[in-house]
Design a protein around this ligand. Structure first.
Ligand code: ATP
Ligand code: ZN
Length: 226
């Protein structure tokens, strides 16, 4: 078992869409920090709650490995990595503790503007580019559609124009990026937003009390916002 710890460590995105709102939310819970010189670690001052600033994709794994206790990450990333773990027969190692009400977007299927969209069965035999292979494959299986999943780590929206894929499955918020690439969203797979992620099991040391305190303050802050 991991050694007992007397401070809580929360992973948040170092830079990107969720970085500022995550810090603002935690600040509104009365937390403050002293930043390290390399800006990767923030030492909690008002409470023993520290921050680790990382790539969002690393957050579920940091929780699974016990390097961090909690994290703020998009539901899309959490579910994809959970699906990936299930796919290789591993036990769930993290879950959503709270939805946080920012970073809203959806994981959607999009097809070229020129397609006349009637039903999902049109995807049979097509190539679909995505950075979310586990979620897309799961969804295709529930729809009983046999399509080829083309895994790309970025710039998914240009794949149809490059002839790499027929359709895409990607995050959409305003839809402007899709429109700029002559694509249209036709089906939502997942509604996403930033979430507080934590381990499957509660903490069995002082971190449990810190997490409870943080959750109470977080729930208060979220109520005021909505
Ligand atoms: P990192 O460098 O940390 O890997 P990234 O480029 O993967 O950053 P961002 O683009 O900052 O990540 O997106 C972080 C999260 O913001 C996404 O996982 C998603 O939950 C959310 N999000 C909200 N709207 C959008 C959108 N239009 N496109 C992409 N992500 C969005
Ligand atoms: Zn990322």
């Amino acid at each position: 078992a991991a050694p007992a710890r007397d401070r809580l460590r929360i992973a948040i995105q170092k830079s990107g869409r969720l970085a500022e709102p995550a810090r603002a939310l935690l600040s509104s819970c009365g937390l403050s920090w002293r930043e390290s010189r390399d800006r990767l670690f923030c030492y909690g001052e008002t409470l023993p709650v520290d921050l680790l600033l990382v790539r969002d994709d690393d957050i579920p794994g940091l929780i699974a490995d016990g390097v961090c206790d909690l994290g703020i990450v998009g539901r899309n990333v959490l579910l994809e990595q959970d699906g990936e773990r299930r796919g290789i027969g591993r036990a769930p190692a993290f879950r959503e503790w709270r939805a946080l009400g920012f970073g809203g977007c959806r994981l959607a299927l999009a097809v070229p503007d020129g397609w006349e969209w009637r039903s999902v069965s049109q995807l049979a035999g097509k190539r679909i580019a995505t950075s979310y292979p586990a979620l897309l494959s799961q969804w295709l299986a529930t729809q009983c559609i046999d399509a080829k999943v083309v895994v790309l780590s970025g710039s998914v929206e240009i794949a149809p124009r490059l002839g790499q894929a027929d359709a895409i499955c990607d995050l959409v918020s305003s839809g402007a990026t899709l429109a700029a690439n002559q694509l249209k969203p036709v089906q939502t797979l997942i509604e996403s937003e930033a979430v507080l992620a934590g381990p499957e099991q509660a903490f069995d040391d002082v971190r449990g009390e810190l997490a409870d305190l943080l959750l109470r303050r977080l729930d208060g802050a979220l109520r005021i916002r909505h």
